[in-house]
Write a protein that binds this ligand. Structure first.
Ligand SMILES: [Zn+2]
Length: 343
């Protein structure tokens, strides 16, 4: 009997700034949709723990961790033009990273089949010594290292389908052949990285896979990327655990970007694909984390659709419907990625 865990903590709402796109409403709306859809009752709700300094320190420099703490203790401030810190942000970020460690524990202890850390602040832009792009600590990178250190896993695969390139996660494992990072993202776009030729370095060469997509790519393009890139890369790598940085800002309605995924034709089958891949390659061990996504209704229903995929449901609700814009083809992108990585 499979089970799905949702990791959430009210502290994730304390890091917020009204008027900023990355605010606490993203989670309150998502929880409302999960509740209305009857999903909360079908999930396990283990309490999120805090990450330790050592666990965060596996990815971030001590001076940076201290800086975030000091800015928060001083009442808040900005790490860059986009990235705010308020008084509660350090505690929220420590528990966001810790919540994802709880998710990893649930899955690797066998308590849950799969898990979703509905955490904030997000993480995938955060670098070892610098927060950026709304991100303080790189939750998924910390989780990948923890899975290796605490459970002895050899190979962890991270798929990042936020509309923005996960530059912080890429950077964390760029020279590492034990963590494969695969990102689909709009390109050119923020933060500017993630071109085909960023493939890793040294022993990590070939273990970073970038799929840069032009604005307009949507459901059909992502289905092809799954079948022709993500699947073949995963089967060659043979991960012991699959982690997903789920950004819902690739939805067609998102105000900050221009990809055109829908929920029913895009996010739902994408999550179903991840479930199938984890079933095929790593006993179903799959851990999701929330990154971006700024159109509140789309975020809420896309998260609900993701939970339905994790639970094995055959259908999901999509009140927003398909993209009103025509889709851009991806033939050239897929050909270039397959040639770059000899797929
Ligand atoms: Zn994003």
């Amino acid at each position: 009997m499979s089970s799905t865990a949702l990791i959430y903590d009210p502290l994730y709402l304390a890091h917020t700034m009204p008027g900023h796109p990355e605010n606490s409403q993203r989670l309150t709306v998502a929880r409302d949709v999960l509740d209305r859809e009857g999903l909360l009752d079908r999930l396990a709700h283990p309490p999120a723990r805090d990450a330790t300094l050592d666990e965060i320190g596996a990815i971030h420099e001590p001076a940076y961790i201290q800086r975030v703490q000091q800015v928060a203790q001083g009442g808040g401030g900005w790490l860059d033009a986009d990235t705010y810190v308020v008084a509660a942000s350090y505690d929220a970020a420590v528990r966001a990273a810790g919540g994802l460690l709880t998710a990893v524990e649930q899955v690797l202890d066998g308590t849950a089949t799969n898990a979703f850390g509905l955490v904030r602040p997000p993480g995938h832009h955060a670098l070892a010594n610098r927060g950026m792009g709304f991100c303080l600590f790189n939750n998924i990178a910390i989780a990948a290292r923890y899975a290796q250190a605490a459970y002895g896993l050899d190979r962890v695969m991270i798929v990042d389908y936020d509309v923005h390139h996960g530059n912080g996660t890429q950077d964390s494992f760029y020279r590492d052949e034990s963590v494969l990072f695969l990102s689909t993202h709009q390109y050119p776009h923020y933060p500017g990285t993630g071109y085909f030729d960023e493939i890793g370095a040294g022993p990590g060469a070939g273990y970073t896979v970038n799929v840069p997509l032009r604005a307009g790519v949507g459901d059909a393009g992502f289905a092809r990327v799954c079948d022709e890139v993500i699947g073949p890369v995963a089967r060659r790598f043979q991960p012991d655990l699959l982690l997903v940085s789920a950004g819902y800002d690739a939805h067609w309605s998102d105000p900050l970007a221009g990809l055109t995924l829908s929920i029913n034709g895009g996010y739902f089958p994408l999550a179903q694909y991840m479930v199938r891949l984890a079933d095929e390659l790593c006993q179903g061990r799959l851990v999701y984390t929330l990154e971006g996504g700024y159109e509140l209704e789309a975020v809420g229903y896309a998260i609900a659709a993701t939970f339905r995929a994790l639970l094995g449901d055959a259908t999901a609700a999509d009140p927003l419907g398909p993209s009103p814009r025509a889709e851009r083809p991806v033939d050239d992108v897929i050909e270039t990625v397959r040639r770059t990585h000899k797929l």
